[in-house]
Design a protein around this ligand. Structure first.
Ligand code: PMP
Length: 395
């Protein structure tokens, strides 16, 4: 039977890379490909207790439908946590979503008509690119350096392109590069967004995972006109399986997200919301985050030491002060997809960088994740990858 699908489906195809990476599910593969947290750090024992407790205390409510906006005490607790990045908010400013990924999809649904422009960093988060793609926009990528987007280039885009609907940024330990925006760039971004009257979407799943240095204020903290939507999540600080994230925005705009949420899935899983709320009540999430950071910092150090030791001299790579990823740039003539083919023969995987550029290009880049593999595996995997790269460079 032949079916006629919506136009948006044309842009949503399984990628060749995704097929290749299916191989990484074999247990012998050392995978730097995903963005998975370390499962051994999930608070399984605490969650066992909490699940029982929540069911005992309020079983009938937690198994029932609940409000679209989300569980009020949890929204309140999230609002309080936002103070750490200079954002003054109340629970009323927050919508609980099924991961921050749902906030990305809703952003596309709310802002984008076919042909509208999304301005994003070059490269940017693949999951966001795919979520927005369903609404058939054009992507305009703005170059980034170690401090964030190139502001001159951004202004050029904003002053010359008419239908820019929003600017999408990941200012802390960006996926895929691991880079963090300076405070000056955050301020300048708001200045330009105000000047050209453009909304900003600040996606921030990694900011709390800072191993060193001071956490900068959120872009949202500089927003005086209600133009920044902040997307947060418990996926990296707690566990992704519960699928609890949030959208923080000014009332009128948040109302749009609430309408869209109603039409999408009515509400986020009641039980999961209550469980996280209970965890925040009974345990110390910040102490838990400290444990995660200590483990990831060691893994980052081992990966970067390995890169220094085993990769060919002269390759560029980022030094992330937190988060989950580092980003490697090969000489321009090289193709990271070919490197992946060879690395897979040695049971090592990573994600080639091309797909993080919505308009294509830059196949000489790749992303490495260090949160999900043991220290030993990181060491072995990076040594093997170094061998592949050295061989390919001298071919
Ligand atoms: N934004 C970015 C930049 C991400 O890296 C991720 C997860 N990899 C998400 C959003 C989505 O996370 P979640 O839906 O689990 O909150």
């Amino acid at each position: 039977m032949t079916m006629k699908f919506a136009e948006r489906m044309e842009s949503l195809k399984a990628s060749e890379i995704r097929e290749l990476l299916k191989l990484t599910e074999r247990p012998e593969v050392i995978s730097f490909a995903g963005g998975l947290p370390a499962p051994e750090l999930f608070p399984v024992e605490e969650m066992k207790k909490i699940t029982g407790l929540v069911l005992e205390e309020s079983g009938m409510q937690v198994l029932q439908y609940s409000t679209t906006e989300g569980f009020a005490p949890l929204r309140e607790k999230i609002a309080q946590r936002m103070e750490a990045v200079g954002v003054q908010a109340t629970g009323e400013d927050i919508l609980i979503t099924s991961g921050s990924q749902q906030g990305l999809d809703f952003t596309g649904k709310i802002f984008l008509d076919k042909g509208d422009i999304v301005v994003c960093e070059s490269p940017s988060y693949l999951g966001a690119i795919n979520a927005f793609k369903a609404y058939l926009p054009e992507f305009v990528e703005v170059s980034t350096d170690d401090y964030g987007m190139d502001m001159e280039e951004l202004e050029k885009v904003l002053s010359t392109r008419k239908n820019v609907k929003f600017i999408y940024v990941i200012p802390d330990f960006q996926n895929p590069t691991g880079k963090t925006w300076s405070i000056e760039r955050r301020q300048k971004l708001i200045e330009l967004a105000n000047k050209y009257n453009i909304p900003v979407v600040e996606d921030n799943p990694y900011g709390e995972l800072r191993f060193e240095g001071e956490r900068p204020p959120a872009v949202k903290s500089f927003d005086t006109e209600g133009r920044v939507v902040f997307l947060g999540t418990f996926s990296k600080t707690f566990c992704p399986g519960l699928r609890i994230g949030w959208t923080l925005a000014d009332k009128e705009l948040l109302q749009k997200y609430i309408f869209v949420k109603q039409g999408s899935d009515l509400q986020t899983n009641t039980m999961a919301q209550r469980e996280i709320d209970k965890f925040l009540e009974l345990y110390d999430l910040d102490a838990h985050v400290e444990k995660i950071k200590a483990v990831y910092k060691r893994r980052r150090d081992i990966m970067l030491e390995g890169i220094k030791q085993y990769f060919p001299q002269g390759l560029k790579y980022t030094y992330p002060e937190g988060g989950l990823f580092t980003w490697v740039e090969l000489p321009e003539y090289m193709d990271a997809r070919e490197v992946l083919q060879k690395a897979l023969e040695l049971n090592v995987a990573f994600v080639p960088g091309g797909s993080f550029f919505p308009n294509g290009g830059k196949e000489n880049t790749f992303r490495l994740n260090y949160s999900n593999m043991s220290e030993e595996k990181i060491q072995i995997g990076i040594e093997r990858l170094g061998k592949v790269l050295r061989e390919m460079l001298t071919e």
